[in-house]
Ligand binder design. Sequence first.
Ligand code: PMP
Length: 325
Amino acid sequence: LKWTSDKGWHDGLVGPRRPFQIDPAAAVLHYGQEIFEGMKAYQTQNGGVVLFRPEANAKRFGRSAERLAMPVLPTELFIEAIEELVRLDHEWIPTSEGASLYLRPFLFATEAFLGVRPSREFTFCVLASPVGPYFSGGQKPITVWVSKDYIRAASGGTGAAKCGGNYAAGLLAQAQAYDHGCDQVVFLDAVERRWIEELGGMNVFFVTKDGKLMTPPLSGTILEGITRDSILKLAAEQGLTVQETPYSYEQWKLDAASGVLTEAFACGTAAVIVPIGVVRDAAGEFTIGNGAAGPVTETLYHRLVNIQRGVEADTHEWLHKIEIL
Ligand code: PMP
């Protein structure tokens, strides 16, 4: 689907994947004017095909577009494009637990113009691919690397937008995490390098002994995760005390050592919920609880997966059914 300043959205088509033609002067290649989303289509246990909260993805895509000076694709068009693709590819949606059809909508600047100003031409595209669990160990606890060298986003920047540039800026920190035997990087805030923000591609939660669930607040520098929002709602229903509150890396260490903090987990569309077992930085490491998945993490994971697969009642109306014609 294309967008130009004179015609608006036009020339949509769905078909087999094939390479694009792109001008070497296209603005995206020089100034990174690009945004994307990550979402999944699931097979429910009764054979239906559903999306999980696609309106939330469409709205976040719109907010990212505004921040990156791009045109906003109306929610109905965004969902219609996804639906058409899923209908065409529905035979590729895996049925096993943890597997799904991953969907990657993205919008990028195609105008051939080297001046630094917003492009006047864009292409919107959605890729689909069957996926299994995000981490090879399934729901096995991950080890995370706390980056002291690099930050992901600063106040006034693009941290709350899902734009390619954020990920480009985080790649070196992610590579360091891998070099230190870790699965993911944890970013701290840009000002004090003290407050925990989020992981390279996931939000983060902490569970205390007395049943409190904490997550960093939406300060404008972290992504407003749809999984994060769903967990906040499910946890409150379960009777947990839910707090969106700043939490420092120093306090995390102290609370893990004293046993006040019993669990920590990361969450996002790709991995759903994954326990954090070990936290490592340049000075050393510590273990959360006994290093295994805790009961709160397990319960929230199963509730979320069961809602997505139509096993548990969808009381929040999060599932968007796709009629396969
Ligand atoms: N933070 C970052 C940086 C991410 O890339 C993602 C994945 N989209 C998330 C958080 C989790 O967001 P969601 O639950 O909407 O997938």
